[in-house]
Design a protein around this ligand. Structure first.
Ligand code: ZN
Ligand code: ZN
Length: 282
């Protein structure tokens, strides 16, 4: 049973975190050889066998017969009882982290879809300590969103719904936009990540890491097209994905992650509304 991030051996640990690299793990992310390991209740030391096809106790949550404490197999201590005991990892990371094997286009589209639909599941497969090309991912998403937006405006223009004086598909305009996109994206990742970091820190999470919050923002970009096309729904969706990343990467609670993600956006919306108010009434 080795850490997926650094290969450290994870037997018999008091908590579900790799002592070497700090990655959290779930016992249920591994399959075990039959009768080669025991699962322990941390409160009373009562041991359990893993009886199902993955070598895990079934059901996955049950009351300890020794002390009555509710046990979650994913968080139990695992102790080897035979020489050849092993735990085979079932999850090998995200498609984006494996893009060199999977292929860039497929890895990108697969990651966008998974992040949009099941962000919690996606981040659970993602090692918090590794960068995984998050910034590249965010820039590609930003291009995808920009193209969607420009195509939308172009369509509305052709239909005569809106009338802007510039055509975004003129080479010069297009060049400026395409050059600006990565720059704006990188600034946004770090700015938003910084605010999230400060709020997490002031909520008492001293162990939080700035780079990890930046990475959560970067992966939230998977739903950027939705944010540009349908802002009210897209914004909630975006916050949902980013906060899920913050929760996982910083190993914090869902409510803290949500708070840290939401407050900067609320401030920004307030600021924008204030700006509109000033423009309209002065
Ligand atoms: Zn590790
Ligand atoms: Zn117990």
């Amino acid at each position: 049973m080795n850490c997926v991030g650094c290969q450290y051996l994870l037997w018999d640990l008091p908590e579900n975190r790799c002592p070497e690299c700090g990655d959290p793990f779930d016992v249920t992310d591994y399959a075990f050889g039959r009768d080669s390991v025991q699962f322990l209740c941390d409160r009373c030391g009562q041991t359990y066998e893993g009886g199902d096809s993955l070598g895990l106790p079934n059901p996955r949550r049950f009351e300890c017969v020794g002390c009555g404490h509710m046990l979650d197999v994913a968080k139990m201590r695992v102790r080897p009882i035979t020489e050849d005991a092993f735990g085979e990892p079932l999850n090998y990371g995200t498609p984006w982290a494996n893009r060199h094997q999977v292929g860039l286009v497929r890895a990108f589209l697969d990651s966008v879809a998974r992040l949009a639909i099941q962000p919690g599941e996606y981040f659970r497969l993602s090692s918090p300590t590794q960068n995984h090309g998050a910034l590249l991912f965010s820039v590609l998403c930003a291009y995808m969103a920009t193209v969607t937006l420009l195509a939308g405006i172009e369509l509305l223009q052709r239909a005569g719904v809106v009338n802007t004086s510039v055509s975004f598909f003129e080479p010069k305009v297009l060049f400026i936009i395409l050059t600006a996109v990565p720059f704006i994206q990188l600034v946004w990742n770090h700015l938003y990540g910084f605010f999230i970091h400060v709020i997490l820190w002031s909520l008492g999470l001293q162990s939080c890491d700035f780079e990890r919050s930046v990475r959560a923002v970067a992966f939230g970009n998977a739903v950027l097209p939705a944010l540009l096309i349908l802002p009210p729904i897209g914004l909630l969706w975006y916050i949902g994905v980013v906060s899920s990343g913050v929760e996982h990467f910083n190993a914090t609670t869902r409510s803290r992650a949500l708070l840290a993600t939401l407050i900067p956006v609320l401030l920004l919306v307030n600021l924008a509304l204030g700006g509109v108010f000033v423009v309209l009434y002065t």
